[in-house]
Design a binder for this molecule. Structure first.
Ligand SMILES: NC(=O)c1ccc[n+]([C@@H]2O[C@H](COP(=O)([O-])OP(=O)(O)OC[C@H]3O[C@@H](n4cnc5c(N)ncnc54)[C@H](O)[C@@H]3O)[C@@H](O)[C@H]2O)c1
Length: 351
């Protein structure tokens, strides 16, 4: 049977597949390919297997094509063993510590997972890649999933693109920037066929409620104060997670080796606007005597808080034909409905 997408790949490895974006990617891969999917994840505090379990129960035949491997990228010998045993045809690398606030309070985990972990993975892959047959070598790809935060902070105007210089400003973005550079070095030095994506802020169902949008929705649903950093005027370019996943599939299928692709939806909003939109949509869904916006509460700003991120996605649009299919309003409505119907899932993390 032929794969619908990524037809040349029989064994696909995803790292970080129990996370928010990795879970969405694996669901897509299970549905749209016939490949065997391997999910390598350490099962950290933000991990959850239920999204994938749900997808597998809907796609009965996919059960035998999915394997979860509990492993920490920091453990080099274990990673070497796994890569040599699976010998994947392609790898989507998403495993990372991903919460900026946590990187400020505990930066060490970010260096271990994001920098040393990526290095350990690359070394294992390089050793395995050298042993591959010429035909397998020619199709092998390593896609490193990164962020626009590596470019630092923008003023009122301008957009990040593939030509922007790296100016990371938080331990999280610095660790991602370091890993991007190491991945690029493996392309230039060893010829490893890598691809790098730099995407803007994601949102959607199943996102761990430490991140701004699910946190805001969950605070509203629990009638608790919604914390907004500083003056609430920090701007992000928000992308619905499935649009990011579509971009990753396209980059893996047709991206040019050694290239970076910037991904964003051109949906720039301040944090205060986002909170206000969520509150007003929840007013329609759950009318209260007092509007949800009365829960908005300004708190001390995050240290070194980047002011604005925004992306120019022309390259991926023109070269690969990618376009986001969700407007912010459509995506946020879907997201709110999902959190409203899955409050038990969200509240579990507050216990
Ligand atoms: N969320 C966003 O807005 C966004 C935007 C652009 C890029 N990214 C990147 O996308 C990737 C996924 O982000 P996410 O939001 O799904 O994060 P997430 O925190 O929801 O999931 C990350 C997953 O990686 C796993 N992991 C972390 N360290 C590991 C290690 N040492 N070994 C094995 N597994 C490990 C965790 O257990 C978790 O399941 C990250 O690389 C992140 O930098 C995220």
């Amino acid at each position: 049977m032929e794969n619908k997408l990524l037809p040349c790949y029989e064994k696909i490895l995803v790292t970080g597949g129990l996370g928010f974006i990795g879970g969405a990617l694996i669901s897509n891969l299970l549905e749209n390919t016939h490949a065997n999917i391997f999910n390598l994840d350490k099962f950290g505090y933000a991990s959850d297997s239920r999204r994938i379990d749900k997808k597998i129960s809907l796609l009965n035949e996919s059960k035998n094509r999915y394997t979860f491997i509990k492993a920490d990228l920091f453990n080099k010998s274990h990673i070497e063993e796994i890569i040599s045993e699976i010998s994947p045809d392609c790898i989507f690398h998403l495993a990372a510590e991903s919460h900026v606030d946590k990187s400020i309070s505990s930066p060490q985990n970010f260096i271990q997972s994001n920098v040393v972990g990526t290095f350990n993975l690359l070394e294992s892959i390089r050793n395995n890649w050298l042993k591959m047959s010429e035909s397998k070598k020619s199709i092998f790809r390593f896609l490193h999933v990164s962020t626009d935060e590596v470019f630092g902070s923008l003023g009122h105007s301008g957009l990040f693109s593939e030509n922007s210089s790296y100016k990371p400003r938080s331990p999280y973005s610095a660790s991602k920037a370091a890993s991007d550079h190491i991945v690029d070095a493996y392309f230039h030095t060893y010829g490893l066929p890598v691809l790098v994506t730099n995407c803007s802020n994601n949102y959607g169902p199943w996102q761990f409620p430490e991140k701004f949008i699910p946190l805001t929705i969950s605070k509203c649903l629990n009638r608790q104060n919604i914390p907004i950093y500083g003056d609430g005027q920090n701007i992000r370019d928000w992308i619905y997670v499935d649009d990011h996943v579509d971009a990753l599939m396209l980059v893996m299928a047709s991206g040019k080796i050694g290239n970076h692709y910037c991904i964003g939806s051109s949906e720039e909003h301040t944090n205060l606007e986002i909170a206000s939109i969520i509150c007003s949509l929840l007013d329609d869904l759950i009318p209260l005597k007092v509007p949800h916006s009365s829960l908005i509460s300004f708190v001390e700003d995050r240290l070194g808080h980047d002011r604005r991120y925004a992306i120019n996605s022309s390259k991926i649009k023109q070269e690969l034909g990618w376009h986001p299919s969700h407007t912010f309003i459509a995506g946020i409505k879907e997201t709110i409905n999902w959190y409203y119907s899955n409050q038990h899932w969200c509240n579990r993390f507050h216990e």
